[in-house]
Ligand binder design. Sequence first.
Ligand code: ZN
Length: 149
Amino acid sequence: MAIREIVTMKDEVLLRRISREVTVFDAKLKLLIDDMWDTLYKAQGYGLAAPQIGIIRRIAVIDYEGRKLVLINPKILKAEGTTTDYEGCLSVRAKNLLVDRHKRITVLNHRLDGSAYKFEASNFFARVIQHEMDHFEGVLYIDKGYEEE
Ligand SMILES: [Zn+2]
């Protein structure tokens, strides 16, 4: 277990890279995810994507009000509705902005052993998932965010 350094806008080039899929589901992946949990809890955020610790892979950990989730190679299969709320990011030291997100999503995800499963999420939990998945595309909330009129 170890706390990793969180990449900030000072190293924006890392945050803008497109993450590769996880192809090897081994003990090293498990250790990386353990480190990501430690780093997330130290930073007190809702979610942390691997690119935020300089690992350009499609992995994220989320703990939103006790609802824990590890994302590995996730894909959104279905999305419904729109919801708007404030977001921030552990990598971006700027003010929180309003971001439009899908209200409900169906996600194809993978377990640590590589097996696939589907789940549904809605509201702020779905928001955190979409925020973390944007990190895999090099997209940050400040790209989409806006201020209240
Ligand atoms: Zn973020």
